[in-house]
Write a protein that binds this ligand. Structure first.
Ligand code: FAD
Length: 388
């Protein structure tokens, strides 16, 4: 494909598909983007909107997130309404063991890339005065940013408006051939390149390809995954989230609690081994507190992690009770009444050093999925790699 002309067909109106549309337009390609729903309804509108650099694994994962954050800032500059803001984040320590992990993380060679700084309680409160609970300190990450998940997709599409960008909601791609996909009405959409960004859907369009290539997670043999018996390949993860009514004070940063130190690979430092067991309710739902204030003042709070399918079709209140109590403890006041609850599913690659899944489905047709819990962050850099 030359940089001067050509058409890219994108299947999927989530953040991966939309960032592919943005990056394709930047390179001068005409774009047709199909989405089976009237608008994106997948993981991309259900997330925190965290452009999260802080917790990334040293090396390629951090580099991808840092590049993505640069691109997000640039792209948001030309796309009014994504809500992008360089708010940074604070991960709050409520025990000496958590503080020890943060101290070691802040001393890592790549701490500068994450703009890490260990703060005492007074410094935490001066960065984010809404934090009036009891804690021992916090890790400030100035590299983290926030976007508005419910606004970002339409804002990005609006920035592409023009004759070379065609947004086709309500069209489901049901068949793939070389350089093309057929929609449910029998119409073929052809391009120099077709990019399938179909999210966590392991049936339908991507299903036969994923099954035939053995890309779906199964217990690994020794040497294939990270450890024998652990899954290797693509799997799905379900998370529970909620949103409160507006909180009456501004939160200047995103927030995480000490449980997030157990999950993010950046915190795989020696002191992590000394963390006591997680509270049973948090361990049962694999919870960590992440909290982001939306532009209207409301608080998005999560999250839990469910790995075994079939997933629950309902939401579990016990996990929410725990997360709301953690949020209130850090803020030092009760959080406002819950306004909305939902669950979301993402797909992620596990048991491999790959940061996401990319494979050739047919000549001129590529499938990109599996960025896991870093998809909102990394989507612009992943799209950039597709066109490189
Ligand atoms: C609760 C939750 C919180 C998260 N928080 C964060 C966060 O704060 N930061 C972060 O970096 N990441 C976060 N993530 C991860 C991130 O949201 C995902 O990795 C990312 O949104 C995946 O984007 P996507 O475009 O691949 O998938 P999706 O957003 O699911 O989009 C896929 C789209 O493809 C469409 N589609 C599927 N098949 C077809 C077809 N055949 N034809 C037409 N359309 C089709 C679907 O309708 C859907 O709209 C979170 C995820 C969840 C679930």
């Amino acid at each position: 494909m030359s940089d001067e002309s050509g058409r890219v067909v994108i299947v999927g109106g989530g953040i991966l598909g939309t960032m592919h549309a943005v990056l394709a337009r930047r390179r001068g390609y005409a774009v047709t983007q199909l989405e089976r729903e009237p608008a994106g309804r997948g993981a991309s509108v259900r997330n925190f909107g965290l452009v999260w650099v802080s917790g990334r694994r040293a090396g390629a994962e951090l580099a991808l997130a840092v590049r993505a954050r640069e691109l997000w800032e640039e792209i948001a500059d030309g796309a009014a309404g994504t809500g992008f803001r360089s708010a940074g984040s604070l991960t709050i320590a409520t025990s000496e063991a958590e503080l020890a992990v943060m101290r070691e993380a802040a001393a890592l060679p790549d701490a500068g890339q994450r703009a890490f700084e260990l703060l005492d309680p007074d410094q935490v409160r001066s960065v984010n005065p809404a934090l009036r609970g009891d804690f021992l300190g916090g890790l400030h990450c100035r590299a983290d940013a926030i976007v508005e998940p419910r606004l970002a997709l339409p804002a990005l599409r609006a920035s592409l408006a023009g004759p070379a960008y065609e947004w086709r909601p309500g069209l489901e791609a049901v068949e793939v051939a070389a350089h093309g996909v057929r929609d449910q009405y029998g119409c073929w959409h052809r391009g120099d390149l077709v990019v399938l960004c179909t999210g966590a859907n392991f049936t339908g369009l991507a299903g036969p390809h994923l099954a035939a290539t053995g890309a779906l997670a199964s217990a690994s043999a020794a040497g294939h995954g990270d450890r024998a018996g652990e899954p290797s390949g693509l799997r799905r993860v379900r998370l529970q989230m909620l949103q409160t009514l507006p909180f009456d004070q501004p939160l200047t940063t995103a927030l995480a609690d000490g449980d997030s130190l157990r999950y993010y690979p950046a915190y795989d430092v020696p002191a992590r081994a000394a963390l006591p067991p997680q509270a049973p309710v948090a361990a049962a739902s694999r919870s960590q507190l992440l909290l982001v204030q939306r532009l209207d003042g409301s608080l998005t709070i999560g999250d839990t992690h469910e790995y075994d399918e079939p997933f629950g079709f309902d939401v579990d209140e016990t996990a929410y009770d725990h997360l709301l109590a953690r949020a209130s403890a850090l803020l030092g006041v009760p959080v406002p009444r819950v306004q909305r609850r939902w669950a979301g599913v993402y797909s992620e690659v596990v048991g491999t050093t790959a940061l996401y899944h990319r494979s050739d489905v047919a000549p001129g047709v590529v499938l990109v999925t599996g960025p896991g819990g870093r998809g909102m962050t990394c989507s612009p850099a992943i799209a950039e790699e597709t066109f490189q």
